[in-house]
Design a protein around this ligand. Structure first.
Ligand code: F6P
Length: 536
């Protein structure tokens, strides 16, 4: 690490060790704070004022970003350089939503192929919708080939839209068992979404549904119901997908960043092409901000710096994502993959141990549901958990009172985390209720809230395809910045490989009468017990 970067890290961690570094309430005495720590990009407002970022801390973090060369790394990504070094690949998901001619990899015009595929997808959607034969689309895929499209379709689908979308990801047959009864094979289009077209779970389900189609419609007709979304064109052909129903993309699209590619076809089929196009336009709007805004105004970078402050400065190892919009119910799940698969790394790009904590645990649920499950821990647990609270000002329903209540709850959570509740206030409340002094003293510690717990509020004017595209791209770019700040490769995922290999080796041992392999004693005993319970 360059000397200046080391010094910048020391400056940040040194500030975090100072007394009162995690306090937020004293900073709120500054009446200009809310305005000064609120930024906008596109339609999204992000309020970072309910964190303990002070002017001094922010300046130190910006210095760290400069020393780590975050914006220079961003430009290398945009130039199509092979920044995913462990896989020797460029990282060009921005090309998927960018204008023609904007992105290249080496000599190749990456944008040209993107626009060709988009046109083919658009024409396919138009044909499917015009014929009206298909009412349902089943997307078979897992990880990035499921979470992004599922999250977006759930957020954007409204009654009256062209088709119903279903997402089959888990190899657990119960998932298909629960889904299949509502589907008519004659009216169902099956998309096999897999970048590699080798993922075991996806291929198992693809065979299941191909058999289902063939059983009901015959082999010749079944082919017309199959669509493939993949980079592996040879495998899609071998699987029996008609060539004109294969939509490709390149290896410079990472799985968790692929909802903008052919992998997003289910969104376009279910919600209509215009919706998908608006989603891409929204993401492009955020790309333009990310590519042009200077450090101090760059929203993805500022969010990444707040995360560095929380994780490496203050030692907060997790973050909650709380969308106060039921349509964003799958947004935390999508972010779990985007963030944790990208940043769950312990060595630098150069292969050395990272000398500090990297990606936090990300989890979440929509508000207000979250308030009645895990928010207790955020308010009174031992370690603070920063929260991202996503609010949407205008709903798409007419139940105004519900929406006001929803917004009030989102705002109140952030306020409660910040303010806390001290002994004077709690005592006064209990005294007003006429409680006995001994009861008050016994209950007092349980009813105190420490406060000074950070949250970031993201405010959208309303939720539509364009603003959703902006929101998702904002987090994608935040992840990029964190990768650059921590010097890790945010675009590989070697950590998922070992489990895949061991599952492959274990699979034959679960067959009746199979020979046991060599395992640790715990696994050996569990296999024996499972076989006994299964009667084989
Ligand atoms: O196992 C992890 C992973 O490789 C993810 O990165 C990816 O999104 C998912 O599996 C699915 O991969 P594919 O699209 O190749 O089936």
């Amino acid at each position: 690490m360059a000397h200046s970067a080391e010094a910048a890290w020391e400056r940040v961690t040194g500030l975090a060790r100072e007394a009162g570094a995690s306090a937020i309430r004293p900073l709120m005495a500054d009446p200009s704070r809310a305005a000064r720590f609120t930024r906008r990009a596109g339609d999204i407002l992000v309020d970072l004022s309910k964190t303990s970022l002070s002017d001094t801390v922010l300046e130190a973090l910006l210095e760290l970003a400069r020393a780590q060369g975050v914006l220079a790394a961003r430009d290398a990504m945009a130039r199509g350089e092979a920044i995913n070094a462990t896989e020797g690949r460029a990282v060009l998901h921005m090309a998927l939503r960018g204008p023609r001619g904007a992105f290249r990899t080496g000599q190749e015009d990456a944008s040209a192929e993107v626009h060709e595929t988009l046109e083919a997808m658009r024409a396919f959607c138009a044909r499917v919708h015009a014929r009206g034969r298909f009412t349902d689309v089943v997307n078979i895929g897992i990880g990035g080939s499921d979470l992004g499209p599922q999250m977006a379709a759930r957020a954007l689908w409204r009654h009256g839209m062209p088709m119903r979308a279903h997402y089959l990801s888990n190899v657990d047959g119960h998932a298909w068992e629960a889904m299949r009864h509502g589907l008519d094979p004659a009216r169902t289009l099956v998309l096999v979404a897999s970048k590699t077209f080798t993922t075991a779970e996806t291929m198992a389900n693809a065979h299941l549904l191909r058999d289902w189609l063939r059983g009901a419609l015959g082999e010749a007709e079944a082919g017309a119901h199959l669509v493939a979304l993949s980079t592996n064109l040879k495998a899609t052909r071998e699987f029996g997908v008609p060539e004109e129903q294969v939509f490709g993309f390149r290896d410079w699209v990472g799985g968790r960043f692929s909802m903008w590619s052919a992998i997003g076809l289910s969104i376009a089929l279910a919600c209509g092409w215009d919706v998908f196009a608006a989603l891409l336009a929204g993401a492009r709007r955020m790309d333009e901000h990310f590519l042009s805004a200077p450090e101090a105004e760059n929203l993805p970078l500022l969010m990444a710096l707040a995360e560095v402050w929380h994780v490496d400065g203050l030692g907060y190892g997790s973050r909650a994502v709380l969308p106060y919009d039921e349509r964003l119910a799958r947004f935390p799940a999508h972010l779990q993959q985007v963030e944790m698969e990208s940043l769950g790394k312990r060595v630098t790009l150069g292969g050395l141990p990272v000398p500090r904590a990297t990606g936090p645990v990300v989890f979440g649920e929509p508000g207000t549901n979250a308030q009645h499950s895990f928010m207790q821990l955020l308010h009174q647990g031992t370690t603070p958990v920063p929260a991202d609270i996503v609010l949407v000002a205008r709903p798409d329903h007419g139940f105004e009172e519900n929406h006001r209540e929803l917004l009030a709850n989102g705002l109140a959570q952030a306020e409660a985390l910040l303010r806390g509740r001290d002994a004077t206030e709690v005592r006064a409340e209990m005294e007003a209720k006429g409680m006995a002094p001994e009861a008050i003293e016994a209950l007092l510690p349980h009813r105190l809230f420490p406060g000074d717990r950070p949250s970031t509020t993201l405010l959208l004017p309303h939720l539509d395809a364009n603003t959703l595209g902006q929101l998702v791209a904002l987090y994608e770019h935040k992840v990029f910045c964190l990768g650059a700040l921590w010097s890790v490769n945010a675009f590989d995922q070697w950590g998922v490989e070992l489990g895949k290999q061991l599952a492959g080796a274990l699979l034959p041992e679960l067959a009746p009468g199979a020979k046991a392999g060599a395992h640790d004693p715990s696994t050996t005993a569990l296999i024996a017990e499972i076989l006994r319970l299964r009667g084989g």
